[in-house]
Ligand binder design. Structure first.
Ligand code: 1GP
Length: 256
C-alpha cells in the first residue's frame, strides 16, 4: 500500500528536499506576546508549531490568530489531549517513546485520536524523544522521561530506527524548552543515518552557529521557541544560518 501524504507534509518534504532544511518556530499558546512573535516570524519560518507542556488557555483563538497573521502552515505540537484545535492545519501525532509512563507513549495519542479525526486535521506521525538535559525542563518533568544520555548517542539512533519501522516519518530529538545545552551533533547524525526519516532538533538552540552545525550533522528541521519569545528579531539570522547549512549539506551529500 502506497501512503498518500497530506498537503502540509508534502510541502515540508519539498522544502527539506530542495533547501536541505526547514525552520519551525514554536509558539506557546500561553505566551502573551504571541501576536508580536507571529508578526516577526512570518517571513522567516517555514511553519509554526503550537504547543506547551503546562496548561492551555484559548487554544482555538490563539491558533486562529497566528494562522491569520502568518499565513504559514500551523502544526499542533500537543502537550496533552487538550492540545488539539480545528483551527490548525495539521498535528504531530506523537508518542513520547521514552517516557516511563505508558500514558505518554500511547494512551494520550489514542485518547486524542477521535478528536483529530473529527476535526479533519492532517497527521504527521512522530517519535518524540527526550534527550538529556530534558529532565531539568518542564516537558521532562511532566512527561516522566527516561532521558537518553548525551554520552549514548546510539540510543537515540535506535529509537529513531525503531520509529521508522513503526512507520513514523518524523523523529524529534528534544532537549527540552530552555535546555542548558542542545542535543549533540553526533546524536543528530547517528539518528539521521540509522533511520533516514525527518529529524527535528529542538531545545536550547540559541545561536545561528549552533543551528548551522545541527543541520550539517543531519537535522532536517530546527525548532526555536525560547529564543524567539525573548527576541523575535533573532529569526532573521537563524533562518539565514539554517538555509545556508541546508544548501551546504545538499552540496556535501551530492559529492559523496
Ligand atoms: C521545545 O524544542 C522546543 O519543545 C524549543 O526549545 O524553547 O529551547 O528553543 P527552546
Amino acid at each position: 500500500m502506497q501512503i498518500k501524504l497530506g498537503e502540509i507534509e508534502s510541502k515540508l518534504n519539498k522544502i527539506i528536499e530542495e533547501e536541505g532544511a526547514a525552520y519551525f518556530v514554536l509558539i506557546d499558546p500561553d505566551e502573551k506576546n504571541y501576536r508580536e512573535i507571529a508578526n516577526h516570524v512570518k517571513d522567516y519560518a517555514d511553519a509554526i508549531i503550537i504547543g506547551g507542556s503546562i496548561g492551555i488557555i484559548n487554544l482555538d483563538e490563539v491558533t486562529k490568530d497566528i494562522k491569520e497573521i502568518t499565513g504559514l502552515p500551523i502544526i499542533l505540537f500537543p502537550g496533552n489531549v487538550d492540545g488539539v484545535t480545528k483551527e490548525a492545519d495539521a498535528v504531530f501525532f506523537m508518542s513520547l517513546m521514552n517516557s516511563k509512563n505508558t500514558y505518554w507513549n500511547m494512551t494520550a495519542p489514542t485518547l486524542g485520536a477521535l478528536t483529530i479525526k473529527k476535526y479533519g486535521l492532517e497527521t504527521l506521525p512522530m517519535a518524540y524523544l527526550g534527550i538529556e538535559p530534558i529532565s531539568r525542563t518542564a516537558v521532562g518533568f511532566v512527561g516522566e522521561v527516561n532521558e537518553i544520555p548525551q554520552k549514548k548517542p546510539e540510543i537515540a539512533g535506535l529509537y529513531s530506527l525503531s520509529a521508522s519501522y513503526f512507520g513514523m516519518r518524523w523523529a524529534y530529538l528534544e532537549a527540552g524548552s530552555g535546555a542548558e545545552y542542545p542535543v549533540s551533533n553526533e546524536m543528530v547524525g547517528i539518528s539521521k543515518k540509522l533511520s533516514g526519516i525527518n529529524i527535528i532538533v529542538g531545545g536550547g538552540i540559541r545561536t545561528p552557529e549552533v543551528a548551522y552545525e545541527k543541520v550539517m550533522s543531519g537535522a532536517d528541521v530546527i525548532v526555536t521557541g525560547t529564543l524567539t519569545e525573548k527576541d523575535p528579531q533573532a529569526v532573521v539570522e537563524m533562518k539565514k544560518a539554517i538555509k545556508k547549512a541546508g544548501l551546504d549539506k545538499l552540496k556535501m551529500l551530492s559529492k559523496k
